[in-house]
Each structure stands twice: as structure tokens, then as C-alpha cells.
Design a protein around this ligand. Structure first.
Ligand SMILES: [Fe+2]
Ligand SMILES: [Fe+2]
Length: 179
């Protein structure tokens, strides 16, 4: 498998893992939970979700989609919804980030609001990953050669993953140790 294609697939596995961790932490806000949520861990997860996908993962997918459309590769109907979903996802991530920053600043936030924002975010994110895994990625694998991927990559600035690496960014060192 091409390295960039493998990276996109690995990104999805990494993101799914963070979604599960976030869900488990937020469940601790429920009144009947006997475990305390770890707000710093939550903030780190949300900071990553607000960073790498928006800065690299989504642009790489969109660049590949644009390339396929230019060259009439694959099925264009597969691609139309992805850009809009990325916009919706980035907005949902920002909402979640603002909510947890409000909590971190000791402002009151209703547990119902946290749950609602998280449920929206997770439903949107998991649906998006599944649609890409089932429809977009197979179309990419069937139609893009290594040469095509080199051209696609040349259109984007390189961006290393700041968390899922041997040498994570300082800001994500704690989160990395919890994975
Ligand atoms: Fe995507
Ligand atoms: Fe994706």
C-alpha cells in the first residue's frame, strides 16, 4: 500500500482510539459515575483533534479528491460530501474545544451541554470515518498510483503527526504516555 494511503488509514485508527478515550472520560461527568474525569487529558485529546486532522489529514484527503476529479479517476459521487463533512467536523471540534476551555476556566457548564456537544461530535466523526473507509479509501486505492500520490503530496506542506510518533511534540507528551 502507498505510504500516504497507509498514513490515512492509520490516522483513522488513531482517531478512533482518541474518540473512545474521550467518550470514556466524558462518561465520568455523569452523576452516578464513581470516577473523576481527567480534564487535562480531555483538553489534550481535544487539542489534538482540533489540530492534526484540520491541518493535515483533511487537506491531504481533499487534495487527493481534487486530483482524482481533475483526472476523472474514480467515482465523483463518492467525493462530493467529504468537503462539507470536514467543515462540519471542524466546527463541531471547535464547539467542543470551547466548551472544555470554559470548564477549565472554572465557568459553569451544564453536563447536558457537554453530553450533547460530545454526542454530536462523535456521531459525525464516526460516520465520517466509516464513509471514508467504506467508499473514499477503496476508490483512492483503486485509482491512485505511487506517482499520483507523489504529485498530491507535492501540493501540500509536509506536517508530521505531533502525537502518534516516537518523538511527540512537548504539548502532547502527557497524552502520548496515556495511550
Ligand atoms: Fe475526512
Ligand atoms: Fe479521514
Amino acid at each position: 500500500m502507498n505510504d500516504l494511503m497507509a498514513r490515512l488509514r492509520q490516522d483513522h485508527r488513531n482517531l478512533s482510539r482518541l474518540f473512545d478515550m474521550l467518550e470514556e472520560q466524558v462518561a465520568r461527568y455523569d452523576r452516578d459515575s464513581d470516577r473523576e474525569p481527567d480534564l487535562l487529558l480531555i483538553l489534550d485529546i481535544v487539542a489534538y483533534l482540533n489540530d492534526y486532522p484540520r491541518v493535515y489529514h483533511h487537506p491531504l484527503e481533499e487534495e487527493a479528491i481534487a486530483y482524482m476529479a481533475e483526472r476523472h479517476l474514480g467515482e465523483t459521487s463518492v467525493n462530493d460530501f467529504i468537503h462539507h463533512q470536514h467543515e462540519d467536523l471542524e466546527a463541531a471540534t471547535k464547539r467542543l474545544s470551547l466548551l472544555f476551555k470554559t470548564i477549565a476556566n472554572d465557568q459553569p457548564v451544564a453536563i447536558e451541554d457537554i453530553r450533547a456537544a460530545l454526542d454530536d461530535y462523535l456521531a459525525l466523526s464516526r460516520k465520517h470515518l466509516k464513509e471514508e473507509d467504506d467508499r473514499l479509501f477503496p476508490a483512492m486505492e483503486a485509482s491512485l498510483s505511487d506517482e499520483d500520490w507523489r504529485t498530491i503530496a507535492s501540493r501540500l506542506p509536509e506536517r508530521r503527526d505531533p502525537l502518534f510518533t516516537e518523538d511527540p511534540d512537548e504539548a502532547f507528551a502527557d497524552l502520548k504516555s496515556r495511550l
